[in-house]
Ligand binder design. Structure first.
Ligand code: PLZ
Length: 449
């Protein structure tokens, strides 16, 4: 049943419709793509060949006047919408006051208020503190710095299929070589990788998957050398992998018993995306440190580490920082976005969206054995594709469906270690009609391939 929730669409009266007036890309988009090819490093790719000129609600409008249904939110960033009126107003008002002083030079209230909000909203009722940064990668780097200072140890464990960023330390934490790491080494030392929990493929119960990981950690690293275990409660780039029940709880318990810092990387899963404010809540875990970014500030670059006060305070004075971290305009946007999450019922909206996606594709799965899995939580849902006979991951089909959807005016993103996962990350400001239309285009593309 759909509960009525009033979600402001934002934007200059953007019509909430899928509208194709040219083929994709149209001539104006193509013109920009040509300039991009000439002016921008070939290393910077793009998934959707359109020149965006406006976005909001559930659509992205391009330079040719095409209006695409947005099922990607710029990779889980515009969770409140790409032009939420409260966020837009907060940004304009703050920019008119001041754009920057540098929090390390003269602090300002907006940063402190975001820290207070994060300390209140992240899981657990223990004393917490936060520090703000610019990107998810930077938050992860700093979480590791904090864990190392707190424990006096250096090793860090990450998991198969993990994604934690593209900076040097976070490349080492990220699992997939191409395109994220290949040729960019050497990578940071003292990073170890163990298998996590991937129910579709390992068939293990949560406790068994945890026992496997912990056994390897104890034998190959030793708890006494281990500063932190970092994990995405629901893995993002790696394929929207939801661990089996009990897996995360057992890993947290082991970390607690061994004074190892448990870091939940909620950069992609945070801020109402999964139907809870943080995905950790869905599994009943309380992380020591939580990294956040993406959805935190309605599209503005902002990231954070939030965690146990005694860990956050273990770092020497001025050991954490950066010129732009906690920029006042980004903080004003975050405060507005957080208000929207809390007052617009967006976690509930995420659940409704997830229910619609799950219902549609579990039904489709009955007739289409290429859909190996329909999984996710809330508005972080995915379809994994495999050959029904051999079980081999079907990245080619996945890519073909995504490009067919884009050609039909629906932005669909892929992910997964084998590129065989379609992921749905719609903005929570999308209306049901548009969502259903977008999912219908995906289903039609699947039927046609
Ligand atoms: N941790 C869990 O999902 C970013 C990156 C896409 P940044 N994921 C999208 C790409 O191809 O670069 C991410 C994440 C998790 C960390 C990060 C890194 O966040 O803000 O991109 O640095």
């Amino acid at each position: 049943m759909t509960v009525d929730i009033a979600v402001p669409l934002g934007g200059p009266a953007l019509r909430q419709e899928r509208r194709l007036v040219t083929s994709i890309p149209g001539p104006r988009s193509q013109e920009l793509l040509d300039r991009k090819a000439a002016a921008v490093s070939a290393g910077v790719g793009h998934a959707v060949p359109v020149a965006a000129v406006a976005a909001g609600g559930g659509v992205v409008v391009d330079a040719d006047g095409n209006s695409l249904i947005d099922l990607g939110s710029g990779i889980a960033v515009t969770t409140v919408g790409a032009a939420h009126p409260r966020v837009v107003e907060a940004i304009s008002a703050q920019a008119a006051q001041f754009t920057h002083t540098c929090f390390m030079i003269s602090p300002y209230e907006q940063y402190v208020a975001v820290a207070e909000a994060l300390n209140r909203l992240t899981p657990g009722d223990h004393a917490k503190k936060s520090a703000l940064f610019n990107s998810g990668s930077e938050a992860v780097e700093n979480a590791v710095k904090i864990a190392r200072t707190h424990t006096g140890r250096s090793a860090v464990v990450a998991f198969d299929h993990a994604y934690h960023g593209r900076t040097n330390l976070t490349m080492a934490l990220t699992a997939k070589s191409m395109p994220y790491k290949s040729g960019f080494g050497p990578f940071a030392p003292e990073i170890y990788r163990v298998p996590g929990s991937y129910p579709l493929h390992d068939g293990l119960s949560g406790p068994d998957a945890a026992a496997r990981a912990i056994g390897l950690i104890e034998k190959q690293i030793g708890a006494e050398n281990l500063a932190a275990v970092i994990i995405e409660p629901i893995q993002g780039e790696g394929g929207f992998v939801v661990p089996a029940d009990g897996f995360l709880n057992a890993v947290v318990d082991w970390c607690t018993a061994n004074d190892v810092v448990f870091i939940a990387d909620e950069v992609q899963s945070g801020f109402a995306r999964t139907g809870a404010m943080f995905a950790s809540e869905l599994f009943g875990i309380v992380p020591d440190l939580v990294t956040t970014a993406k959805g935190i500030a309605g599209g503005m670059p902002l990231a954070a580490v939030t965690g146990r006060a005694e860990m956050m305070d273990a770092v020497h004075r001025s050991g954490l920082g950066g010129t732009y971290g906690g920029n006042p305009v980004a903080c004003a946007a975050a405060l507005a976005a957080i208000e929207a999450y809390e007052t617009d019922g967006l976690a509930t909206r995420a659940q409704q969206i997830g229910d619609r996606i799950r219902a549609r594709f579990t039904a489709a799965q009955q007739d289409d054995p290429r859909i190996a899995d329909v999984r996710g939580r809330g508005a972080m849902m995915a379809l994994e594709f495999a050959d029904p006979v051999t079980g081999a991951p079907d990245g080619a089909l996945t890519a073909a469906i995504a490009s067919a959807c884009i050609a039909e005016g629906v932005i669909v993103l892929t992910c997964g270690t084998y590129g065989n996962v379609i992921r749905f990350l719609p903005p929570l400001s999308i209306d049901d009609a548009l969502l259903d239309e977008g999912l219908g285009v995906v289903a039609a593309a699947l039927a046609a391939h």
